[in-house]
Design a protein around this ligand. Sequence first.
Ligand code: SAM
Length: 219
Amino acid sequence: MARLKRSKNGAGAHYDRISSWYDIVAGPGERKFIRAGLKLLHADCGDRILEIGSGTGWALRDLAAAVDSGGMVSGIDLSMKMIRKAVDRGVKGYSGRQPALMRGTGTELPCRSHTFDAVFMSFTLELFETRDIARVLGECRRVLKRQGRIVVVSLSGAGGRRRTVEIYEWLHRRFPAYVDCRPIFVEDVVRGAGFEIVETLKMSMWGLPVDLVLAETGS
Ligand SMILES: C[S@@+](CC[C@H](N)C(=O)[O-])C[C@H]1O[C@@H](n2cnc3c(N)ncnc32)[C@H](O)[C@@H]1O
């Protein structure tokens, strides 16, 4: 896994800066992976779900519709401006309760233990420093109920070295302010945090592997 050189404040400031055009640039490319990740998570009526790195709220909207009024959806994000975008999006089209949005970091979730049935993360875990990835997943385990489930959608370095991954990592080292994440070993880090892997889908974005991992806390 390539090292990531950026402070937490740097990450928040970066997403504040790009919040107005994030959906135009990143949205269309990433949406099909988010949809596939949500299908894997299979949110059900009445579920309580947390999204970490909820961004401009695309997944929140679908999650809120799936859990309906008996459930609850919360989103946490480091960038206040990304949260505002999600709030703007949220007023339209929810059949269920509005998601509760919080500003904070995935390494210290401001949530009680054993609160959620499921956690969702798309294109976010690979933004954390290597040592913080384990902290984020540890926090996910803490806030999940027994037999809770997690879906992580992330750029992946698994499956051997690929030219596309090498080029992407070079761009990340050379222009960290623009290419701000790097492929990670998704199954390994999820399993390493004590989750049981249930299913992994392998997809690809512009030749870069994307892994969608569904895992459970176990009983
Ligand atoms: C690449 S965007 C992905 C947004 C959304 N999940 C999606 O797939 O469209 C990453 C998001 O994670 C947020 N983020 C970055 N570092 C974070 C941290 N330490 N804790 C919580 N959120 C963070 C960013 O502000 C941004 O909204």
